[in-house]
Design a protein around this ligand. Structure first.
Ligand code: AMP
Ligand code: GLY
Length: 423
């Protein structure tokens, strides 16, 4: 099989790496890929823009690609799946209608309410004044969300009324991308977050191992939200009992609601959950794709060949697949970020120490790198240094032993990834 992966982050490096472990996969191409995918055997980067659907489609047809896997939400929301499917290609990732579940938080919230999926209480506003009076009535902490895609930056957890009011104004100024037409003001939930990524063919939906992401930039979960500073799986807080309830109350209900809207959703449905101290859960958000960095800790534990699962989704025969098999053990990843991220940061810094990190037992996925003569930083999140072990202690030890070897100017990482599962 020949597979084309669209995207350029750590998630796509992990996808390509995992797909290439199968004897059925002859070659992987990445559009545009990164320094990590450029270094994988039997993997080639193709220099096309992710929004060049025509170029991607022509390449896939000329090359005889058997499966196209879409990593990020932006091309999905722009309709890359619809375009490529209309050329006869097999695509893993929902169509534009399905991608609304991530691209519009208002749309997703309405679906959750209609389908009785547990979620935070909220209200939607198209003007600032009533949003501000709702904030005044409900008090802080309170959560302000911009409607459209905002690269993980469209959510503000406000701890003061001023902050909440400023956030509402910023949304209507269009500061978080999107149209800035709607704001959601939402109850602030307290607890531990769990990411449940599930594979679906539009009829059947099966969860992967639950993962925990560390969203905040600072140790002790402080400071600004980021795309994710580290992750681990399987998170013990998502017990078998909890996952059964998530299957019934979230995954099955969502797929049924999508079907009722005549949306044929084939790919990953990612439910971001908050687990309250009493063991209840509510959906914080849905994403229409694999999580990043969650994918980097889930895929190393997957035994079933990934391309078989993806093809079963695309060909709508997931129900006939045997249960998904997993390796025993645990996986953890630590993100090495550019100094200043998630604010302003520099790129083009030389990266050293990856061979030494791998010699120390870590697996290094590249998130924002380029390989010209030398390997250089090319993004906010640069590397995902990953440990695969028999337990969390070992996985975390390997990840940190790896990151100790790595260096680039301004490198920052959290030293407390996995604090919830440390002995
Ligand atoms: P989202 O883009 O909706 O996932 O939100 C990003 C992050 O904001 C989540 O991962 C949470 O950390 C936080 N968040 C979102 N909604 C809430 C909420 N209702 N209560 C507390 N934190 C939230
Ligand atoms: N790690 C969070 C996300 O992928 O949205």
């Amino acid at each position: 099989m020949k597979i084309l992966v669209v995207g350029s982050g750590g998630r796509e490096h992990a996808l390509a790496w995992k797909l290439l472990q199968s004897s059925q996969v002859e070659q992987v191409f990445c559009v545009p890929g990164n320094g990590g995918t450029a270094s994988l055997n039997r993997c080639e980067n193709i220099s096309l823009a992710m929004d060049d659907f025509e170029g991607i489609g022509n390449f896939a047809l000329n090359e005889g690609i058997n499966l196209v896997v879409i990593g990020p939400e932006v091309p999905l929301a722009q309709g890359i799946t619809d375009y490529l499917q209309s050329s006869g290609l097999k695509v893993f990732g929902p169509n534009k209608a399905g991608a609304q579940i991530e691209a519009s938080k208002v749309w997703a919230k309405t679906l959750m309410q209609e389908a009785k999926i547990p979620t935070a209480n909220s209200a939607v506003f198209n003007r600032a004044a009533p949003a501000k009076s709702y904030i005044k009535d409900h008090g802080v902490p309170i959560v302000i969300k911009a409607d459209g895609l905002a690269a993980g930056k469209g959510v503000i957890v406000a701890t003061t009324r001023n902050q909440a009011v400023e956030a509402v104004e910023a949304v209507f100024r269009g500061q978080f991308g999107g149209a800035g037409e709607f704001v959601i003001v939402e109850e602030c939930l307290i607890g531990q977050e769990v990411s449940v990524l599930a594979l679906t063919d539009g009829l059947t939906i099966r969860p992967l191992l639950p993962a925990q992401d560390h969203k905040r930039i600072g140790e002790g979960d402080t400071g600004e939200n980021t795309g994710g500073m580290g992750a681990y799986a399987p998170t013990p807080i998502a017990t078998i009992n909890l996952m059964e309830r998530v299957q019934k109350q979230v995954l099955d209900r969502t797929i049924n609601a999508l079907r009722a809207k005549k949306i044929d959703y084939r790919g990953v449905l990612y439910a971001g959950l908050m687990i309250t101290p009493s063991g209840e859960f509510k959906v914080l958000e849905f994403n229409c794709r694999f999580g990043d960095p969650e994918t980097q800790v889930i895929l190393p534990l997957l035994e079933t060949p990934l391309e078989e699962l993806m093809l079963a989704c695309v060909e709508q025969r997931l129900e006939q697949m045997p249960p998904i098999e997993w390796k025993q053990g645990a996986c953890a990843t630590v993100v090495a970020a550019s100094g200043g991220y998630p604010g302003v940061y520099q790129t083009g810094k030389v990266i050293t120490g990856i061979p030494e990190a791998e010699a120390a037992g870590a697996t290094v996925f590249h998130a924002g790198t380029t390989l010209n003569q030398q390997l250089m930083t090319n993004g906010g999140r640069v590397l995902n240094v990953t440990g695969i072990g028999e337990n969390f202690e070992q996985a975390l030890r390997l990840a940190y032993a790896g990151i100790d070897q790595i260096n680039f100017e301004g490198m920052y990482y959290r030293r407390d990834i996995g604090y919830q599962v440390k002995g």
